[in-house]
Design a protein around this ligand. Sequence first.
Ligand code: ZN
Length: 188
Amino acid sequence: MLGAGVDDRMMQSAKIFCPYCGKPLERRESDGRSRLYCGAEARFIYENPIPAATAIVTGEDGRMLLILRSREPGRGCWALPGGFIEMGESPAEAARRELEEECGVRASDPSLVDIIFQDSRYYGTSLLLIGYSFASYAGTPRPGDDAADLAFFDPAHLPDLAFEAHGRMIERFLERREELRRLWTEEV
Ligand SMILES: [Zn+2]
């Protein structure tokens, strides 16, 4: 997790021009926050966190599916399958799509695990990570898209993860595992 100053600088360099009129933006204090401001239009430009979805799939032995990332951020580190939610797509659909793209499996019966907030230096913004666990999947996992490899891991012996937020999501899943399993059973 990074200090606010680092992220402020990232955001300043990432977004310099007004998305509405194209004039240069500045930063102004309002309500105790440093916000982007368009002097030409005399208005603040509000920035919002970007939502991403992530998928937790476990085998019958309880081991958890992780991918080895082939791209930045987190290249060469393990992570949960997932990515940004696209327009017109629900968070659960996004988690399912990313899982299929990265691992080649079709998952079903999603349960919301948690929503985790993270400041991302790489993207220069805040992220909302929305995590789903899937009760079942079809197909043989094989790496695709931005996964160089994949493997099932014992949750008690996970490798180093690319993102701290994924570690927190896995902790939440393990805490809620029995409760989530009951939910799936009731839905069937
Ligand atoms: Zn403007």
